[in-house]
Write a protein that binds this ligand. Sequence first.
Ligand code: COA
Length: 364
Amino acid sequence: MGMYVPGLEGVPVVESKICTIDVEKRRIIIRGKSLEKLARENSFEEVAYLLLFGRMPDSDELKEFSKQLAAYRTVPEEVVSVLKDLHSNVHPMDAIRTGVSALAPYDPDLEDISVEANRRKAVRILSKVGLLVGNVDNILSGRGWIDPPEGLNHSDTILTLIKGRVGEEWMSKAFETLLILYVEHELAASTFTARVIASTLADMYGAVVGAISALKGPLHGGANEKATEIFEYDVEGAEKYVREKLARKERIMGFGHRVYRGGIDPRAALVKEILEDVCRKIGDDRLYRVGDHVERLMEREKNLYPNLDFYAAALYKLMGIPPRLYTPIFVASRTAGWAAHVIEQQADNRLFRPRAIYKGPVEG
Ligand code: COA
């Protein structure tokens, strides 16, 4: 048996043409392109197309892709009923996970895992997941299902359903940038989960359901919901909060990363820049000052740096989005990345089947 590496740290487990993290240069590369540049210059639809089809769309392809996303933006009445019947305490992530599972039998390509069918499924799932994410709080809070407004892109549809109105220009732009930054990050735990499920030749819905389950955990996507706690405080209160938590040996959510060590996550650096800009525009820089102060404090005390979830939490707070929707919004974006990995895995598959080092008893 090979060497045991806890948490598979640094262990390559796939060959992929989708994404790589250049740790030295603090760059994330998606299909050859810089994620930071994509986030600054492109739409979410363009980046999702790039992930799913392996290249940027031309203008006709983009139009067609956007048209398809819009056309699939419906959910069967039966699936809406399932969501309405869930326990009132259900977390939105669990409701969305259930919703994706319930959608599976309606997909005519469910069992076909060819690249073409998987791409068709990917577009449907991405579109419908956006609708579920936009509506989950409407359903769980009793406001009821709201049909998506026509003529909006993926990002604005979700934001509008969450806010109950079209967001201001800065909000719409910042929200889409966050969606792009969240869209793909190599072999994060949820993506690895999706690939493991796909490697059994199970269908893409199952892989996405598994990925959503993995994403919910506070060490992964769930961190952005928890990271928001710090931003309830002023600078002094936030420092006290951090010091007390560290004294109790608790983790500060939104800090640290398995891959980036000794420096800021490049996605967090861009979101910090946007946060500063938005704070200036609205004439209230409390959240920026708190974030910057905690960043310096964590660097001094722990040599730990913010990841994307830290500054994203501040930006979502400024948008007035409820914290329990932060991780679902991550789902509405990362679904494109998960789907790209499922397509790649099933196009050239080998079952994942590692070994365990047995530490238990052997009788007889
Ligand atoms: N706050 C306080 N201490 C932290 C920390 C944090 N956010 N992240 C790591 N540490 C500490 C650990 O307690 C550990 O200390 P120890 O050696 O004294 O026990 C050390 O740093 C190494 O932690 P470890 O869990 O082994 O590192 P990892 O590479 O497995 O952790 C994360 C990566 C992301 C799981 C971790 O940094 C974390 O829990 N961060 C908070 C959750 C989060 O923001 N997740 C989103 C990631 S994008």
